[in-house]
Design a protein around this ligand. Structure first.
Ligand code: BV8
Length: 248
C-alpha cells in the first residue's frame, strides 16, 4: 500500500533539519510484540499491564511479575526488528542530527542499528538487584526471580515502573532534543504516559514541525502539522525512500 508522504515533509527532510523522534509500543507491533493497549494474550490476558508494571505489584508478588517479564522477554527473543526500526536507524545516518527517544524496553532500536538512542523506560533484557540496582547477569529462566549474589534480594528487570523516576540523563537529553529540533516525529505511541508524552508538545512549542505516524488518532493528532495514518513498518521505509532514495 503506497503511503502519501506529504511533499513538504520530503522537502524538509532533504534540507537536513535537526530532528528527533519519540517511539512507542506501536513501532514494535509489526514485530509481533503486543502493545500496552492491545489485550494481552493467553495466561496474561487477565492482567492489566498498568497494574503489573509497578513496584507495588513486585512487592506483592515478585515471582508473578518476574514471570510476566520472562514471558515478554521470550516474545522479544523470538521476534526481530521490523522495517520501521531499520528505517529509523537509516535516518540516523542520513541526517546530521537525529536523536531517537524511545519508550520501548525491547531493545529493537539498538538491534536495528540505532546508536543515538535514549531509552527512557529502560531495557527488559537487563536484570538488576531490586535493592540497589546492581546489574545481575542472566535472568534465571526459573519460575521465580533470581536472587542477587551480593545481598540476596530478588532481581528485577531494569525498566522504569509506573510511579518510578525515569533515568535523569536520558530524560534531560530527551527534553533538550525536543527543545532544539526543527522536526519532531511521534511514532506508534498513544501519547498517554508522562513525562514522555510531553516531549512532542515541547517540540511544538519550540517551533518544530511535528509529524505523527499512527494508524489511529491520539491526543497529539489535532496539534501535529502532519498526521500520516498508517503502520510504522510501512510509512517509515516509504519516508526514507521518498526523501533519500534509500531502501531499508
Ligand atoms: C513518573 C516500562 C514520577 C515498563 C513503562 C496519575 C496517577 C498515577 C500516575 C500518574 C498519573 N498521571 C500521570 C502519572 C504518571 C505516570 C503516567 O503517565 N501514568 C499514565 C498511565 C496516566 N507516569 C509514571 O509513573 C512515570 N514516572 O511519572 O515518575 C516520579 C518522579 C520522581 C520520583 C519518583 C516518581 C513512569 C512511566 C513509565 C512506565 N513504564 N514501560 C514495562 O514496559 O513493563 S510505560 C509503558 O506504557 C511503555 O513503555 C509505554 O511508554 C507505555 C505505553 O504507551 P505506548 O508506547 O504509547 O503504547 P500504547 O500501547 O499505549 O499505544 C500504542 C500506540 O501504537 C497506539 O497509539 C496504537 O494506535 C499505535 N500502533 C499500533 N500499531 C502500530 C501503531 N503505530 C504505528 N505502527 C503500528 N503498526
Amino acid at each position: 500500500m503506497k503511503h502519501d508522504i506529504p511533499p513538504e515533509l520530503v522537502e524538509l527532510l532533504r534540507a537536513n533539519p535537526q530532528s528527533a523522534a519519540l517511539t512507542g509500543a506501536g513501532v514494535s507491533a509489526e514485530s509481533g510484540i503486543p502493545t500496552f493497549r492491545d489485550a494481552q494474550t493467553g495466561l496474561w490476558a487477565r492482567f492489566d499491564p498498568l497494574e503489573l508494571a509497578t513496584p507495588q505489584a513486585y512487592e506483592r508478588d515478585p515471582d508473578l511479575v518476574w514471570r510476566w517479564y520472562r514471558w515478554r522477554r521470550e516474545l522479544i527473543g523470538q521476534a526481530e526488528p521490523n522495517p520501521g526500526h531499520r528505517a529509523l536507524a537509516s535516518l540516523e545516518g542520513l541526517l546530521d542530527e537525529f536523536t531517537l527517544i524511545t519508550q520501548n524496553v525491547d531493545g529493537f532500536h539498538r538491534a536495528a542499528g540505532s546508536r543515538r538512542l535514549l531509552e527512557l523506560h529502560g531495557n527488559i533484557n537487563r536484570t538488576v538487584c531490586s535493592r540497589d540496582r546492581t546489574p545481575m547477569s542472566g535472568f534465571g529462566e526459573a519460575d521465580s526471580a533470581p536472587r542477587c549474589g551480593q545481598c540476596g534480594a530478588p532481581g528485577r528487570p531494569d525498566v522504569v515502573w509506573f510511579g518510578e523516576a525515569l533515568p535523569m540523563d536520558a530524560l534531560q537529553d530527551a527534553f533538550e532534543a525536543a527543545r532544539s529540533c526543527e522536526l519532531f516525529f511521534s511514532i506508534g505511541t498513544s501519547t498517554a504516559v508522562e513525562p514522555a508524552a510531553s516531549l512532542p508538545f515541547v517540540a511544538l512549542e519550540a517551533g518544530a514541525t511535528l509529524v505523527e505516524i499512527n494508524p489511529e488518532r491520539t491526543a497529539l493528532s489535532d496539534d501535529a502539522h502532519h498526521v500520516i495514518t498508517g503502520m510504522a513498518g510501512a510509512v517509515l521505509p516509504a519516508l526514507v525512500s521518498e526523501a533519500f532514495g534509500q531502501r531499508v
